[in-house]
Write a protein that binds this ligand. Structure first.
Ligand code: HEM
Ligand SMILES: *[C@@H]1O[C@H](CO)[C@@H](O)[C@H](O)[C@H]1NC(C)=O
Ligand SMILES: *[C@@H]1O[C@H](CO)[C@@H](O)[C@H](O)[C@H]1NC(C)=O
Ligand SMILES: *[C@@H]1O[C@H](CO)[C@@H](O)[C@H](O)[C@H]1NC(C)=O
Length: 263
């Protein structure tokens, strides 16, 4: 599963281009010198050229353009998240109104412990995809269990909410420095709501496992697996409704039922 970055960029990018289901100019390409973030959502948009592929010098207007083109989100839906990055003084671009994607890795600003696909800051690398950590989450999500039934193909809100809580429990056990800050405790269901909303199949009322795998494991928009941006724009209301569903699922690790303003 741990492909080298270059092999990944070359082979998968080429395969995707040949299959031809990606919008022209938005083929999947990863190169090791591009700036990337702890956020798979931003990374996938950069890997498909919806955001500047370099991941550098990103301003609010380019983010607004990207979220519409990639996922048909309302253009302003992520203004608050972008502004948070600016307000936390994360920018290292020399221009106070732009960011490099890697700037977002600063711990305890927007980045927090107990992520689904990244390690905790105190334990090592909080920026890059971590296959071992993701493997635990993927097991909780049943991602590798495939078959013909609906349950084999999709992840429900209930499964995703429990998987998230289990990951936080694991992180708290593994990391003696786990910060139990408010951000962490409600940012976590927030990001679960965010990937579900982004990859939601309205007809199935669930998210296809194949789409979740592409999004996290390859930071790729799952065009090849049939993803199309939804016809009806999704926005704050859609994300909030999903957040309410995620936090309504009873789990052992408590999180406050307040939506993270960042996402
Ligand atoms: C389409 C828009 C977006 C989507 C779908 C998205 C999705 C996600 C997801 C699923 C995670 C959790 C990753 C994990 O737990 O392993 C995450 C984390 C993160 N996102 Fe986003 N995001 C989006 C936009 C943004 C924006 C606009 C910003 C800030 C400018 C941002 C900053 C972050 C950061 C810093 C993290 C790391 C949090 C952590 O430590 O887990 N995201 N995002
Ligand atoms: C959604 O929330 C953001 C804050 O994150 C805000 O700036 C924006 O105006 C809101 N409304 C819409 C329609 O996106
Ligand atoms: C960011 O910088 C400004 C100006 O120097 C300062 O007033 C503010 O407190 C800083 N914010 C954070 C979160 O450090
Ligand atoms: C979280 O932990 C980091 C070190 O791992 C520390 O720098 C930071 O101050 C902590 N934050 C809180 C809110 O405890």
């Amino acid at each position: 599963m741990k492909l080298s970055l270059l092999a990944n960029a070359g082979l998968l990018g080429l395969a995707a281009a040949l299959l031809g289901r990606e919008p022209p100019g938005h083929e999947y390409l990863r190169l090791p010198w591009y700036s990337r973030s702890p956020c798979p959502g931003l990374n996938v948009m950069a890997n498909h050229g919806w955001l500047p592929r370099s991941g550098r010098d990103i301003d609010l207007a380019s983010l607004q353009h990207a979220v519409v083109g990639a996922f048909n989100y309302a253009p302003h839906a992520f203004d608050g998240a972008f502004q948070a990055a600016i307000d936390f003084n994360l920018s290292t671009t020399g221009n106070p109104s732009t960011i490099h994607l890697a700037d977002l890795a600063k711990h305890d600003a927007i980045e927090f412990d107990g992520s689904l696909s990244r390690n905790d800051y105190a334990l090592g690398d909080n920026l890059h995809f971590d296959p071992a950590i993701w493997h635990t989450v993927a097991q909780y999500l049943g991602l590798y269990r495939t078959g013909p039934s609906k349950a084999d193909k999709y992840v429900t809100v209930e499964t995703a909410a429990r998987a998230r809580a289990q990951r936080v429990r694991d992180a708290m056990r593994a990391n003696p420095h786990f910060n139990a800050s408010t951000n962490e405790m409600f940012g976590s269901p927030g990001t679960t709501a965010l990937y579900l909303t982004t990859l939601w199949d309205d007809k199935a009322d669930a998210a296809p496992k194949a789409w979740i795998r592409a999004f996290f494991e390859e930071e790729r928009i799952p065009y090849r697996e049939g993803y199309k941006a939804p016809q009806t724009q999704r926005g704050n209301d859609t994300i909030n409704a999903m957040f309410a569903r995620v936090t309504a699922v009873p789990v052992s690790v408590k999180s406050r039922a307040v939506r993270l303003p960042l996402h």
